[in-house]
Design a protein around this ligand. Structure first.
Ligand code: NAD
Length: 353
């Protein structure tokens, strides 16, 4: 029986995950009992309960699952703990590394119903449909870190192996091949040796995909181009930290970070989560937007279970509720009626019909 490990985590994770699970069970109607949904602790919630951000039991359940659905982790309550024990460094990064989830995939599609929700002009964001592939288990976030006393200093090592670069590039090329056949590899090759190495390998992998047009762009220019003319991009591939920053920037094209889904995969196995964090400022108030998590659940059906029809039904239901004018607070313009997290989840379930 396919297993889905469900990890609500902290803050709004506790509110958005039940909505995504509700939508999943509704779209699988009649077959939901063919899937095992098992909930486990992670992040601050796990620290409070069992003293560890990533308990053994949770890690084991993630290893055994076909897919993991995660809310978010972290919050001010745990920010005073030593860095390695905090929810982000103590749970999220080791989980990605342990499951070898080397590719983070974040689609950014500007839906016609949300054109006016973007902070950018409508004619700039209209029709934007791009996917960012971010390398997730290498680079600065995983390199050696440390401090020296004399002189007082701190360092994080940025290192990439050829294999790490090759595998994410292949995945990005394959996706570009199934889309508009344009891949933009983002680096900082004018300054960084690791970027020059990345560019060499990208150029080499391109030989296997002659029908895909490969371009290279410096990360500072990419940030500027994503705001100036985002419609030029089809698939973007980049290393860990550049991807972290560019995907948050790109999320605003679609109106709110509350709309941005993400999948972190290694083959069929994946961890699916919204691109945003635990939003402590709005947690517990039933005002968070659950759509990024619901769209992440759709990605899960597609990537891990090959349930393309069901994934599309969820995506269409999300479109429908937005076209009906339903808005959570993050999407609403002044004067527009606002609905809560739970009501938005209910509306998506209803729109599945
Ligand atoms: P955040 O994404 O949690 O919040 C940024 C802003 O976006 C806030 O104003 C928040 O209210 C808003 N927002 C986020 N998601 C929303 C949603 N679904 N609906 C409506 N508004 C939404 O980022 P942050 O404030 O930098 O981080 C808060 C905590 O989350 C920190 O502890 C951070 O480390 C953690 N975090 C976790 C993850 C993760 O679990 N993958 C990712 C990023 C940050």
């Amino acid at each position: 029986m396919p297993k889905i490990t469900v990890l609500p985590g902290d803050g709004i994770g506790q509110e958005i995950i039940p909505e995504a699970v509700k939508v999943l069970k509704a779209v699988l109607a009649g077959r939901e009992h063919d899937f095992e949904f098992n909930e486990y602790l992670i992040g601050g919630a796990a620290i409070d309960e069992v003293g560890k951000a990533l308990p053994e039991e949770t890690l084991q359940a993630c290893h055994e699952a076909d897919a993991v659905l995660l809310g978010s982790v972290g919050g001010p309550k745990w920010d005073t703990l030593p860095a390695k024990e905090r929810p982000e460094l103590g749970a999220l990064l080791p989980l990605r590394k342990q499951l070898n989830l080397y590719a983070n995939i974040r689609p950014v599609k500007v839906l016609p119903a949300l054109l006016s929700a973007s902070t950018l002009k409508e004619d700039v964001v209209k029709g934007v449909d791009l996917v960012v592939f971010r390398e997730l288990t290498g680079g600065l976030y995983f390199g050696e870190k440390g401090r020296t006393d004399n002189p007082p200093a701190a360092y994080d090592v940025l290192i990439y192996t050829e294999e790490e670069i090759r595998r994410i590039l292949k995945l990005a090329f394959q996706t570009a091949q199934s889309r508009r056949k344009k891949l933009c590899s983002v680096d900082k090759a004018n300054v960084l040796e690791s970027s020059r190495f990345w560019r060499e390998i990208a150029t080499d992998v391109a030989k296997e995909f002659p029908d895909v047009e490969l371009t290279h762009m410096y990360v500072d220019n990419a940030a500027m181009q994503l705001v100036r003319a985002p419609g030029q991009f089809d698939v973007i591939v980049t290393e860990n930290m550049f991807g972290d920053i560019l995907t948050d920037l790109a999320s605003m094209l679609s109106g709110s970070i509350g709309m941005l889904a993400s999948a972190s995969v290694s083959g069929k196995k994946g961890l699916f989560e919204p691109a945003h964090g635990s939003a402590p400022d709005i947690a517990g108030k039933n005002i968070a937007n659950p759509l990024a998590t619901i769209l992440s659940a759709a990605m899960m059906l597609r990537y891990s279970f090959n349930l393309h029809v069901e994934a599309e039904r969820i995506e269409k239901a999300v479109l429908k509720v937005l076209e009906q004018g339903l808005r959570t607070a993050d999407l609403a313009k002044p004067g527009e009626k606002i609905i809560g997290t739970k009501e938005m989840g209910d509306a998506v379930v209803e729109a599945l019909a």
